[in-house]
Design a protein around this ligand. Structure first.
Ligand code: SF4
Length: 209
């Protein structure tokens, strides 16, 4: 498991790699770096796969969709806490830079912003099926591993799942919120994250920002 695997392929997307910790109505984000979605060859297989990189690697290589990239990376130790298959990437290289093609969003392609920009923008929940069908290539989409602390007095009691979010303009025509999310708590209680949470998190942005 600790052995690194060689990979190469075309970048389908570069999205933020952010972990969410929930404890009933409280939430906390850990900004880990970026997730590269690659269509190409990993070890002996040809398929789509994901690789986690840090923010320094993103600054150095300026990865964006369409680039042909290569590197080495290790399978993640705990698939519940990572949205990517591989991490601890090394020997990263842009084999061929994508041509400068102007595309009309949505989705938003190109260079993703630095992580503090995502933090400052805030997110809204994004329907998992919409994310899968429309948002995989967008720099504003994010699939987060979620660690839920069920009982704050007994933090070792945890559950895990994945949730999808949108950091993009509120006017995006592809956006679908999907059902509200419920967070389990102690003694069978649960907390529902209603629409006002998203409205509050993004209230400082205009519709097209
Ligand atoms: S809904 Fe969000 S993630 Fe999806 S295309 Fe629109 S801005 Fe991008």
């Amino acid at each position: 498991m600790n052995e690194k695997i060689a990979w190469q392929g075309t970048l389908v997307s570069v999205q933020p790699r952010i972990r969410l910790t929930r404890s009933f109505d409280q939430r906390n984000h850990s900004y880990l770096g970026y997730a590269l979605r690659v269509q190409g060859i990993i070890g002996e297989d040809e398929r789509e796969f994901t690789v986690g990189i840090g923010k320094a690697a993103r600054l150095r290589h300026q990865f964006r969709a369409g680039d042909i990239v290569s590197g080495m990376a290790q399978p993640v130790a705990d698939e519940r806490t990572e949205s990517v298959e591989l991490y601890k990437a090394s020997r990263l290289k842009v084999v061929e830079r994508a041509a400068d093609v102007v595309t009309v969003p949505p989705p938003w392609l190109g260079l993703p912003p630095e992580l503090p920009v995502y933090r400052q923008r805030g997110h809204r929940r994004l329907d998992a099926r919409t994310y899968q069908a429309k948002c995989l290539g967008c720099i504003w989409g994010c699939r987060m591993p979620v660690e839920m602390i069920i009982d704050q007095w007994n933090p070792s009691q945890k559950r895990y799942r994945f949730e999808t979010f949108c950091y993009g303009p509120k006017s995006c025509s592809l956006y679908r919120a999907g059902p509200t999310r419920k967070v389990p708590g102690r003694k069978g209680m649960s907390w529902e994250e209603e629409n006002w949470v998203d409205e509050d998190a993004t209230a400082h942005r205009g519709e097209d920002e």
